[in-house]
Write a protein that binds this ligand. Sequence first.
Ligand code: MV4
Length: 459
Amino acid sequence: MIRKLLIANRGEIAVRIIRACRELGIETVAVFSTADRNALHTQLASEAICIGDYRSVDSYLNMESILSAAIATGADAIHPGFGFLSENSRFAAVCKTCGITFVGPDSSVIERLGNKSQARATMVAAGVPVIPGSEEVILSEERGREVAAEIGYPVIIKAVLGGGGKGMRVAASEKDFTVAFQTAQKESEMAFGSREMYLEHYVQNPRHIEFQILADKYGHVIHLGERDCSIQRNHQKMIEEAPCEALSVTLRAEMGKVAVLAARAAGYENAGTIEFLLDQNGRFYFMEMNTRIQVEHPITECVTGVDLVKEQIRIAEGKPLSLKQEDVILRGHAIECRINAEDPAHKFRPSSGQIKQLYLPGGNGVRVDTAIYAGYEVTPYYDSMLAKLIVHAPNREEAIWKMRSALGEVIIEGIHTNLDYQYDILNDPAFEKGDITVNFLEEFSRRQEQQKEVEDDVV
Ligand code: MV4
């Protein structure tokens, strides 16, 4: 049993975890940086403890400080949320050494899946479809060029310790290989301190589909359907939806079975996500597995009725899953828009300042996960996400209408946000048709620019 849980995070996800704990009768410890003295998570937890200066490296990434806080407050578990230390295998290992339950999989599993080349090998061995690619780690450009020729161009060069787009380059043909490889490898060395790379055939215009799974300590593994996360900009997701319009009932069942197989092969426990690419011919391939609760988890909660954070805590306590695969019934359609403090008119540069006025929507099928309030100071030190606006309706068309309505109600004054940009996407004919791939936002932005030029000509 967990009596007291420390949340090693900030913002809306910290608040989300505090709420789950309160419902479960678990005491909470918030940790905060000097910039977050008045933050919502600091105020909502049963107790709060300062862990360092405003810089993340001095606070939310400071393992020693966080563990000291856990020991000092007598917390018996730590929930890492997402980002920060959530996928740091060393942190999970140190928690265990200190006798503190880490809400997540074992450190050895985080480490194995964090190494994308090893993850690939694990999946190949289990019979999970992967994108044709290198079965070895590539260190030299010369060896890379040989393997690329075998795979066939275009190829994508990825950092073994990467994920989320860093240390990744596409080579359309052999003449691009040198520059692409060297750039990707240099980026990997800077970001991860690793020269290890791997190659894959480059899949053109895919969708990014991810399956939510839950696994307990007793070998029960279930999936909770998928999320379509194709709407991204520079590998930052902007809009996610569940389910994916492009999946038939049979394809969903097939991919779900593969997701469960993948989680089993990894020896997985707790909540996790299997990322797939779905190509234009309806073929799907394992890409990577995320070992944390994800930003977009609420849309899965909407369509399944399962509280994923409560399930995470239950699993960590050693309880069995509260439902079986046949109890998972997908109902309706959910969409999430990430409201960010950024300026779309200036290359989405982060915006900071005080929130002068705030109005957030509500009503039937509308959920807002946020930690901002009127008077809140948005600083440049952390992620620019201010709020997640989530809607749930009987079908996609009604969900889109509900999201347009909800977006239209939001008032955030004092800083720039992507609200109008989100509204424009929701009114785009291609989006409406469900015609989306990972290249959607790039094409959408181009269309917007062209339209602006036409309007300027008229004036
Ligand atoms: C790919 C790909 C095409 N082919 N791999 C981007 C982030 C990282 N998780 C992997 N990514 C991609 N890997 C192969 N073999 C295209 C992408 C990709 C992408 C994937 C999901 C969502 C958005 C994306 C945007 C650009 C590229």
